[in-house]
Design a protein around this ligand. Structure first.
Ligand code: HEM
Length: 523
């Protein structure tokens, strides 16, 4: 083969050399060199990452749709920390196991922003994004921690009011059993409303049209993410623009946010004596930092607020709903959680105080366990900006789609034992007990702590900046519920948890809430 190519090159050189009257041997030498180089590059494998075997011809690994978590766990056991699979013409690389931490650290080589158009369909959902300005995300890392107590006090009030409004059936002053037909919608209604007020303030956050927007934001989104792995992006974009509510969501947010910004700017222009105190919400913080050198800066704010709503509302509601679904099947756990509340009230003060919330370690363990088993994000998507060679020598070519998958860590039998796929929050308390070191023990009792054995909020530069708010809100909401109500599925049969391609779905069913005869007190 090589001899034949050299012969061909020689003939070509002789021919062109004659033609251009150059020194035939020099041209022959250069062309042979180019030929050999091409041959070398051609022979050089673009990647040495193994492909998961057993895919369907042309269609690829469609069975990933059924149970990704188990599939990834098995693939990790067989192929190690990096493998790849093909789905409908697209090739995906999965980095998992311990190498995932190298993936998080190499954020310049594995770009979060380049992945966004496909991973979260952001361009289709929210319009063109200026990813060079991330000041709005920065606010969650800088301003939110400073104002956390004020924000959480507001959230607590809303959660209390909404729970009372939706669960207390006050016929003849008697609070009776209440069945919630669609607990997921209810969780968006309660948990989502509270976040909406953190995002938009007390007025806009309670506007009925904005509320409908919050409620409908997650509509079909996870299914669309799944399809985005099968179809070209332009097909997805066409679909989103013409057959979903997203263009309407964009119109709604503009319609409300732009006048609200104008109203706030007008209020701040008033003489000092008449000027109201600026509200403590994300929109206000964003108005204050948003550069105004573009005519459409208010429009940009509106689009960013839509993106922030999406990042915060459905993730938190989803996680809360999931915990409800688990707890509804575990009466003994609900009883233990109530006992924990009683002890905490005795020793750490009112149930809503930061110290009391911190002390509820079993409640926190439930959140950790739900997030561990849910793998809400079964893969954090990235795109390689260069040919990326990992520490183990495996090469992922430039421009590839990479999934940093927490599954092999969150669902590791080595880390979590043979019952890794069972919902058993106590494992985190046992883990904490075995730590010895105070710092590590503390980490085990905090679902917000980023550590090597739990990756529900990601890690590295793009680790979730909203996790403190989300966890505190979920804890508060569970506290409110557990101290006053018991709950179970109306059918008596437990929830079904489905794992579908890189997403996770819980088949919803009605929940019955029964007021307790002896509620936990400790306001
Ligand atoms: C239980 C609820 C939540 C879960 C499970 C969750 C999960 C995550 C994960 C896994 C990431 C990292 C993605 C990656 O590395 O590719 C992330 C990023 C992010 N999350 Fe959350 N999140 C939650 C709630 C929230 C809330 C309440 C907010 C806002 C208040 C929020 C705002 C964000 C933002 C802005 C990013 C992108 C960070 C960046 O680009 O650097 N999240 N979230």
């Amino acid at each position: 083969m090589v001899a034949m190519l050299l012969q061909l090159a020689r003939q070509a050189c002789l021919f062109f050399g004659e033609l251009w009257s150059t020194n035939t041997y020099e041209v022959a030498l250069v062309l042979s060199g180019v030929g050999l180089l091409a041959l070398y590059l051609y022979r050089q494998p673009r990647t040495n990452v193994p492909m998961i075997s057993g895919g369907y011809p042309l269609l690829g690994h469609l069975h990933l749709f059924s149970n990704t978590v188990r599939y990834f766990a098995e693939a990790h056991a067989k192929y190690g920390d990096i493998f790849r699979f093909r789905l409908c013409g697209y090739e995906y690389y999965v980095v998992n196991g311990k190498l995932i931490f190298e993936g998080f650290r190499r954020f310049k080589d594995l770009s979060f922003y380049e992945a966004l158009p496909r991973s979260a369909l952001v361009t289709s959902f929210f319009g063109e994004q200026d990813t060079s300005d991330t000041s709005h995300i920065h606010l969650l890392r800088t301003t939110l921690p400073k104002k956390f107590d004020v924000v959480m006090d507001n959230i607590q009030r809303i959660l209390e009011a909404k729970t009372h409004e939706t669960l207390a059936v006050a016929a003849d002053g008697v609070i009776g059993v209440k069945v919630i037909d669609q607990p997921y919608l209810w969780s968006v209604q309660v948990v989502g409303s509270a976040i909406a007020q953190f995002l938009f303030g007390p007025e806009l956050g309670t506007d009925p049209e904005m509320f409908m927007l919050m409620l409908r934001l997650p509509e079909n989104a996870s299914t669309l993410f799944n399809y985005s792995r099968i179809f070209p992006l332009w097909v997805m974009d066409f679909w989103v623009q013409n057959f979903t509510a997203w263009p309407e969501h964009r119109r709604t947010i503009r319609k409300h946010v732009i006048p609200e910004i104008e109203r706030r700017l007008a209020a701040q222009a008033l003489p000092e004596a008449d000027r109201p105190a600026p509200p403590e919400d994300l929109l206000q913080w964003m108005i204050e930092v948003q550069p105004r050198d573009h005519a459409d800066w208010m429009d940009r704010c509106a689009r960013r607020m839509l993106a922030m709503s999406f990042a915060s509302v459905h993730t938190t509601s989803f996680m809360f709903h999931r915990i409800l679904a688990h707890l509804s099947g575990h009466p003994e756990l609900r009883a233990k959680l109530r006992a924990e509340q009683r002890t905490v009230v005795e020793h750490s003060g009112p149930l809503t105080s930061p110290a009391a919330l911190d002390a509820m370690v079993l409640l926190d363990a439930c959140i950790q366990e739900a997030s561990r088993t849910a793998n809400l994000a079964a893969a954090f998507q990235r795109v390689t900006t260069v040919d990326t060679v990992f520490a183990n020598g495996q090469i992922i070519p430039k421009g590839s789609t990479v999934y940093l998958s927490p599954v092999a860590i969150n669902c590791s039998a080595e880390l979590y034992g043979e019952d890794w796929d069972t919902f058993r929050p106590e494992r985190f308390l046992e883990g904490a007990a075995g730590m010895g070191d105070e710092k590590k023990t503390k980490a085990y009792t905090k679902s917000t702590a980023i550590r090597q054995n739990l990756l529900s909020f990601g890690s590295g530069r793009h680790v979730c900046p909203g996790r403190f708010l989300a966890v505190s809100e979920i804890k508060r909401m569970l506290c409110i519920l557990l101290r006053r109500y018991d709950f179970e599925t109306a059918s008596g049969t437990p929830f079904v948890f489905n794992k579908v391609l890189l997403q996770d779905e819980v088949v919803d069913q009605p929940l019955r809430f029964i007021p307790l005869d002896d509620p936990v007190t400790g306001e």
